[in-house]
Design a protein around this ligand. Structure first.
Ligand code: BTN
Length: 348
């Protein structure tokens, strides 16, 4: 458990005592434990326990006090506190070093990039309840309202060549789509390059930022934004036709902490797979989830727009478009709009 509360940078972490009390109460979930016993285990006074139980309540934990019975943990808030994300996190290095939690931040990618510059270890996670300058692809802003989504960045230091880094965005897209499918009765798909769609609308986006030299990657910031608990009316009107949330799609509120854990574990699996040279497997997984290839699409880039059939994605992650005249054009970046139904799902 980390020390210090609400430090200057906006990070919220529990006092060491509150964290310790939480661990003890968690292991007795549903049962009362006397203040005296907790005080004994923590080697502090009962007054200190009382004070820090109050801190836990202020952080959103439901802790009831039953007189002589002591304290009982009744409920856990759906906040992305490091202590919650770590409890039951099945990873070896992602989220194991540091999880930096903010109530509000400019952009988790920006914070993760600063941490990358300062030499923070691979696997460092930055998560925020809200972003005020959330960044999207193609220099767009990313709407990140408080406590409604997962706004998270992971710092990685992969042994990849700069030209292979796009594989991490494929790995992330697969991890996010899989996590949704595993935890919710929903089918998530990937739209090139790495939008996650449910029911044809975007629920999540991925933004990689890379610090590299010609032949060496220093670090990669993997940013992901998931719309989780917004209602339709919460969305800015201009997004409503294109974006949705997991809650809207599933018809029920969605707990964010298990989602974060599942995504981090899935990302780590894919990352280890890449390190073992299993790029081909990742490639297949990505293709199984992709809904772009085989469809008529419109690709919009800074140079204009182009319509055609999405005929494939190259090993370098570029979208291959077959134009109406039969010519082939490749795109490294751009926005894809799907038109009509799948023409030929077997196109490679
Ligand atoms: C997209 O345009 O689809 C990518 C959106 C990526 C948004 C996430 S939210 C967490 C991280 N921090 C940012 O500022 N952006 C990414």
């Amino acid at each position: 458990m980390q020390a210090a509360a609400d430090s200057e940078g906006g990070t919220v972490v529990f006092s060491r005592l509150a964290g310790g009390i939480l661990d003890i109460l968690r292991s007795f979930r549903g049962e009362y434990l006397s203040g005296e016993e907790i005080a004994r285990q923590m080697s502090v006074s009962r007054t200190a326990i009382w004070k820090h139980v109050r801190e836990l309540r202020e952080l959103g934990y439901g802790v009831s006090a039953g007189g002589k019975l002591g304290y009982r943990l009744d409920s856990i808030p759906d906040r992305l506190y490091p202590a919650e994300v770590r409890a039951g996190l099945g990873t070896q290095f992602i989220g194991r070093a540091d999880i930096h939690y903010y109530r509000e931040v400019t952009s988790t990618n920006e914070v993760a990039r600063d941490l990358g510059e300062q030499g923070a270890p691979a696997g460092t996670v930055v998560v925020a309840e809200a972003q005020v300058q959330g960044r999207g692809r193609l220099r767009r802003s990313w709407w990140s309202p408080p406590e409604k989504g997962v706004w998270m960045s992971v710092l990685l230091r992969p042994e990849l060549l700069p030209g292979e880094v796009f594989l991490l965005s494929f790995a992330t897209a697969v991890a996010v789509a899989r996590a949704i499918g595993r935890l919710l009765p929903l089918e998530a798909h990937i739209k090139w390059p790495n939008d996650i769609l449910v029911g044809g609308k975007k629920v999540a986006g991925i933004l990689l930022e890379v610090k590299a030299e010609l032949d060496q990657v220093h670090y990669v910031v993997v940013g992901m934004g998931l719309n989780v608990n917004q209602e339709e009316a919460d969305f800015p009107p201009e997004l409503r036709s294109r974006a949705t949330s997991l809650r809207q799609a599933a018809g029920q509120p969605v707990a964010r902490v298990p989602l974060v854990r599942e995504i981090l574990a899935g990302l780590e699996d894919e990352y280890f797979g890449l390190a073992r040279g299993e790029g081909e497997r990742l490639w297949q997984e990505w293709r199984n989830l992709d809904i772009t290839v085989g469809r008529p699409v419109e690709v919009v880039t800074s140079a204009g727009s182009c319509s055609g059939l999405a005929a494939g994605v190259t090993r370098e992650g570029r979208l291959v478009l077959r134009l109406p005249g039969g010519e082939i054009q490749e795109f490294a970046a751009g926005d894809v709009t799907l038109a009509g139904s799948r023409w030929n799902p077997d196109i490679p």
